[in-house]
Every structure is written in C-alpha cells, then in structure tokens.
Design a protein around this ligand. Structure first.
Ligand code: G3I
Length: 443
C-alpha cells in the first residue's frame, strides 16, 4: 500500500523509527513462528501480530487484576503490548500537586517489560480524570502545572514507555470541528503543542501520540479537525510521531466503512497510526476482522490495543464488546481476529529490507543485566538498540558493535555468529529502564 510519503521527515533530534521491528518477549516467543513462509500459523494474537511486520496486539490492563490468575494467564499468553487503563492518568500519578504516586503504574510496567511486552503510556494531558487541585486551576498556573506534570511523569517512565498518549480527547464531538472546551483549552490554543514539546524534552526516545475517540469516520468533522491539527504540527515541526484512534465502537458508535481511508490518510501525513482502545458492541466477528484487515493494509498502522481482556473487564461490560467472555473463553471474534492476523499479507520483511526482533530478558545482577535479541527475516542484519542513560553497555556478543548518539544508541551488525546477539547493561543507578529496539534492517 502506498500510504506513506516517500520521505520520513520528522523531529530533528529524535531517532526516527522507520523500519519495522518488534520486541516480542520471552513468553510471546514461545508461541511465535519466526521464519517467514516456513512456519505454522501463530497461535496467539501477539505472536501473529509480530509476524505481520512487527506489529503488536495489546490490551488495557488494570493493576488491581494482576493478582487474578485467570486474567494474567490470558494477558501473558495472548498480548505483547499493554496500556494501563487508569493508573497513569493525572489523578492517579499526581493526586496532590507536586506529590507523584507511581505504585500501580509501576506494577503494570514491570509486569509488561519483564515479559517483553511494550507499554503505551496513557495519558499525560487530558480534560478528564484531573485531580481536584488541577480542576480548580486556570490560566498560567494551570499551564505550568500541566507542563510540570508532563515533564515529571514522562521523565519517570523514560526508557520504559514506547509510546505516550501525550494529549487525549482535545476535540469536541459533533459537527463543529472545534477544540473541546476545558480548563486546559482556556489556557490558550497552543496548550497541545506545548505538552508535546515538554514530553519530547523529557523523553526524546518515546513516540509521541495524539489520541482521541470518534475520529474513525473519515467524513466526520472531528476527524478532519484532528487531521488538520496533525498536518499543521508536521508542517511547523511540532514533535508528533503518531495518532491514536481509540475506536470505541460501543455506545452507539459503529465501525465505519471508510476506516481504512482514515488510517491511511493520517499515515500519509508522516505519522504512525495506532488503534488504541478497540471494543465493539456485541463483538461481531465481521467488524473485528475488518479492523484487523484495515490495520494490516496500512504499513504505518503499528498495532491494535483492545480496551480490556474479558467482557467483565470492560468499561462497557453490558455490551460484551471484547474478545474473551467473562469466563475467559475465546469468543468467535477472537478466532476472527487471529485468523485475519494469520492470513494477513503484510510482509514480515517490508519493502526496504526490514527484519523483526524478539527480545529475551536475561540474568539480572545487582548492578547489571543481560539482554539477548533474536533476529528473524534476514540472515545478515543491522539492529539499533536505544539505551537509557545513565545506563551503559559494558559487553556485547555475537555481533559487531558500534555507538552513536552520545553512546545511547548501540548498533549491532551480524558477524557470522548466528541470529542471536546479546549485551550486558550496567544500571549505573537506573535499575528500571530496559533497552528498546529502534530498528532492524536486513543486510
Ligand atoms: O477504583 C474506584 C473504586 O474504588 C470505586 O469504588 C468506584 C466507584 O465509582 O470507582 C472506581 O474508579 C473507577 C475507575 O474507572 C476504575 O474502575 C472510576 O470511578 C471510573 O470513572 C473509571 O472509569 C474509567 C474511565 O476511563 C474514566 O474516564 C474506565 O475504567 C476506563 O476504562 C476509561 O477509559 C477511557 C480512556 O481513558 C480514554 N478513552 C475512553 C475510555 C473509556 O471511557
């Protein structure tokens, strides 16, 4: 599909992720078929998505369900991406001004990263779920508090969050195409770009997204308004990498037949697109299949996140909109999604010579830890890995290493030692961050 512009112009000092890669973890690897054209169909959503050009298939996760083994069994088996459902929101992370609480969010992040799942941060700036102190603020005091919140939270999760929903739901519903009225909007129309710039400063390696609902139908005024904002940001160099379409086809909002046009139109602006909160009333197989096929048809559609695992986990449980029933059984829509993923023609090795990677966490010591990376889809390869400072790499094996970006970008090239390379990272006081794969190139 020619949904991307020829160029990949972007934020000048941010490393662009233009090549397909995946960081499928230890558990996902077990179910993953790795070599294109030779393997049996993948048996889980995450493994199959990873085979479709390094995409992910993820879910919203609630921290208070991580001790429910029926829940975590499905989570760990099926998904290779996680979005905290409520735990990174402003009321959760800064309940009192200047006092940050990360316990529940950290638990989800730890659960995900230790299993090789990527994390979407949700959300840094939003009119909703503000703590009382923020709801009571206005003007420059609110603007500064919002920017400080963005900076603090993005800094805390630096090196752990792959994508941030920097700003959520800033446009009004209906036909006006206007910004949503809110205390943040009343601080000035530039509040959105100010939030993106603050997030870029705090975490230059995270991909920064604008996220909204009811921007699925290409003909809707709200979709067009968000499109024009992203176009304007790209034209003016505001650091934006991606658009998240929540795609809640619940509560009377339906899957639109022009959804693929919407995805490809945003992608043509030079941003990635993500389906970030998918749920569909009564979980019809056709609509779920269509969403998967539309994402696979647009190479910049990087993955799909469903908004919960079982129907009983859904914010709209009465509509039974998810892929697993309340007993944790796979529904017909699950099979439709897995089959669509497995039948997808999206290339494992995309045009331009990409390859895919699987990351396996290794031994952890007090001061350092090992990581190994297996490359699929190419016998000679170049993989770029981002290291979060102050962490450093002390040793590498089974590849030839070179360094860039102030020694925060490790490039490993195949050297005839096979398709799995590894390295030891010194924590240097940061015990939480883990290396992130930035690109995988064949040759
Ligand atoms: O945890 C408390 C519990 O202690 C209390 O007894 C109960 C009583 O109301 O509330 C519980 O908190 C609720 C929380 O979900 C956890 O279940 C909140 O009231 C409730 O407002 C909150 O709803 C969340 C909603 O965002 C809030 O806006 C949903 O879980 C969450 O799925 C939903 O997610 C949003 C995305 O962030 C943005 N896009 C739309 C999406 C669906 O609304």
């Amino acid at each position: 599909m020619s949904d991307e512009p020829a160029g990949t112009a972007g934020r000048p000092r941010r490393l662009r992720v233009v090549l397909v890669t995946s960081t499928v973890g230890l558990l996902a690897m077990v179910g993953a078929a790795v070599l294109p054209g030779t393997a049996a169909a993948a048996s889980t959503l995450g493994a199959s998505a990873a085979e479709r050009g390094g995409r992910y298939f993820g879910t919203a996760v609630a921290a208070n369900k991580l001790n429910d083994s029926a829940y975590t069994t499905i989570l760990n088996r099926e998904f290779n991406q996680v979005t905290p459902e409520n735990e990174m929101k402003i009321d959760a992370t800064e309940p009192q001004q200047g006092q940050f609480t990360y316990g529940n969010a950290d638990r989800i992040v730890q659960h995900a990263l230790s299993r090789g799942m990527r994390v979407r941060g949700h959300t840094l700036a939003w009119h909703s779920q503000q703590p009382g102190w923020m709801q009571a603020m206005s003007g420059s005091a609110l603007r500064n508090a919002m920017l400080n919140h963005v900076t603090q939270v993005a800094t805390h999760f630096r090196g752990k969050v792959a994508w941030w929903d920097v700003v959520n739901e800033a446009y009004a519903d209906g036909g006006s195409g206007a910004r949503r009225d809110s205390n943040l909007q009343r601080t000035g129309n530039d509040w959105i770009e100010a939030a993106f710039r603050a997030a870029d400063q705090a975490d230059p390696n995270a991909q920064l997204c604008y996220n909204d609902y009811n921007i699925d139908n290409w003909n809707d005024a709200k979709t067009q308004a968000v499109y024009r904002m992203v176009q304007d940001f790209k034209n003016r160099g505001v650091p934006i990498d991606c658009v998240g379409l929540q795609s809640h086809f619940t509560g009377g909002s339906n899957y639109p037949s022009n959804y693929r046009t919407t995805l490809s139109s945003f992608a043509a602006l030079g941003v990635d697109v993500h389906i970030t909160e998918l749920d569909i009333r009564n979980a019809p197989s056709d609509a779920y299949r269509n969403v998967v096929n539309d994402c696979l048809a647009v190479s910049r559609c990087k993955g799909i996140t469903v908004w919960g695992i079982r129907d009983s986990d859904s914010w709209r449980s009465g509509e039974s909109p998810l892929l697993f029933d309340s007993g944790g059984n796979k529904k017909p829509a699950y099979n439709a999604v897995l089959t669509a993923l497995n039948n997808g023609t999206a290339p494992t090795t995309p045009p331009g010579g990409g390859c895919t990677t699987s990351v396996t966490p290794g031994t952890v010591w007090g001061d350092r830890y090992n990581t190994s990376v297996t490359v699929s889809g190419a016998s000679t390869w170049t993989v770029v890995v981002a290291i979060t400072r102050p962490q450093t790499v002390s040793t590498t094996w089974n590849g030839s290493a070179s360094w860039d970006g102030g020694n925060s970008l490790l490039t490993m090239r195949s050297n005839g030692s096979g398709n799995t390379f590894g390295f030891t990272t010194m924590m240097n006081g940061n015990s939480g961050a883990r290396p992130q794969i930035r690109s995988c190139t064949a040759g």
